[in-house]
Design a protein around this ligand. Structure first.
Ligand SMILES: Cc1ncc(COP(=O)(O)O)c(C=O)c1O
Length: 379
């Protein structure tokens, strides 16, 4: 370093930055997001991100485009219109609702809100990792409790893992990556038994897909819990807005919600996302079409995979998780060579399982056709 007169050179920071805590964070690398119509992603079937196969509601798209004309102005930080609509749809008071740049951002903030260094956070394993990332950023210790054999969060085992240091108890229903839906009695047990000084987080990113399948009504169960809880939901899945980034939190109290607002970066949801999310929420026809497509394709893929000897895990989401008749990694690698990207999971055993997004009918047909040959001739 060339010394500048009058300024003392800073000591080398190579060893101390980033902090040991940040270096210790374990988080999956960013996934493949090559666009199917770009040169590098030409013809790619992206069946690994649980994205919506159909475009957003035309009404949501029009609202986003209209919002772009005001791109020179900051968006409404209070997100009044969107929160008003969410309040109406859920029955939760507007001052107990917060919004995020995707529900992932909220999950990180929730963990940061309640975790001091050395505190513990109980998670099902495997599950969606983002809330755990927040706990690690805050210096917390992750306590990972294996899922039940059917891919559902094991609530009694998770409750057994609680100690005096536990401040966060995270449930994911339906659970990503397995799809398992928590039975109402397990949710009620968690609502009753998770201690008062521990935040109960229920991640419902795929909530809308469960409404057609008698999923547990988490909100009515959680209303009976006097201690803190938060339900998170997303506009990325059933509302087909993953690229815009919008999610929301339904909180047990104004105090928890206020803390989320404190942690929110200013203007964290942009104008087009706010406008599109509001319009999407109002477009019940589009939502019905999305759910209908997912149900139809789930039944079609399930039938074909079962006939090929696969073991399917129960669920109601926009993805399907199953144990193939072979090694999941090797099958996924062979499919990827043919531009069909699916997610291999190191669960429940050494051969693992595959998680496949319910894509368009054409994408799913392509997956099914290539899957059969990939099983015969894995990579
Ligand atoms: C269970 C679960 N929670 C949260 C998220 C985050 O969603 P987003 O940040 O797009 O709202 C995802 C995304 O895949 C998910 O699967």
């Amino acid at each position: 370093m060339i010394p500048t007169p009058g300024i003392t050179p800073r000591r080398s920071c190579q060893m101390s930055l980033p902090t040991a805590r940040v270096r210790a964070i374990t988080f999956p690398p960013p996934p493949i997001t090559a666009e199917p119509d770009s040169p590098e992603g030409a013809g790619l079937a992206r069946l690994h991100l649980n994205e919506a196969p159909m475009g957003p509601s035309p009404k949501a798209l029009a609202a986003a485009v209209a919002a772009l004309a005001y791109a020179h102005r900051y968006p409404d930080h209070a997100a009044s219109e969107l929160i008003g609509r969410i309040a109406k749809a859920t029955g939760i008071a507007a001052d107990c609702i917060s919004v995020g740049n995707g529900s992932g951002e909220i999950l990180v903030a929730l963990a940061q809100m309640v975790t001091d260094p050395g505190d513990e956070a109980v998670f099902p394993a495997p599950t969606f990792p983002t809330c755990g990332k927040g706990a690690q950023i805050a210096g917390g210790r992750l306590i990972n409790v294996p899922l039940r054999a059917d891919g559902v969060n094991d609530v009694p085992a998770m409750l057994d893992a609680i100690t005096d240091r536990t401040r966060l108890f995270y449930l994911c229903t339906p659970n990503n990556p397995t799809g398992g839906i928590l039975p109402a009695e397990d949710l009620a047990l968690a609502a009753q038994k998770v201690p008062d000084d521990c935040l109960l987080v229920v991640d419902e990113a795929y909530f809308e897909f469960t409404t057609a399948q008698d999923g547990a009504d988490a909100l009515s169960i959680l209303r009976n819990r006097t201690a803190p809880w938060v339900v998170t939901r997303s506009f990325s899945k059933a509302y087909c807005l993953a690229g815009l980034r919008a999610g929301y939190a339904l909180c047990s109290s104004r105090e928890i919600c206020d803390a989320l607002w404190t942690l929110r970066p200013n203007f964290n949801i942009n104008r087009p996302a706010l406008a599109a999310a509001s319009a999407a929420l109002a477009d019940t026809e589009h939502l019905a079409a999305v759910l209908d497509h997912a149900n139809t394709e789930r039944a079609r893929l399930s039938g074909s995979l079962r006939a090929q000897g696969c073991k399917l895990f129960p669920g109601a989401t926009n993805f399907l998780t199953f144990q193939p008749t072979g090694n999941a990694n090797a099958i996924a690698a062979r499919l990827k060579e043919q531009d069909v990207v699916v997610q291999a999971l190191p669960w429940p055993d050494a051969d693992g399982s595959l998680r496949v997004t319910l894509g368009s009918r054409e994408e799913n047909d392509r997956f099914l056709a290539l899957y059969a040959s990939a099983v015969q001739d894995p990579a």
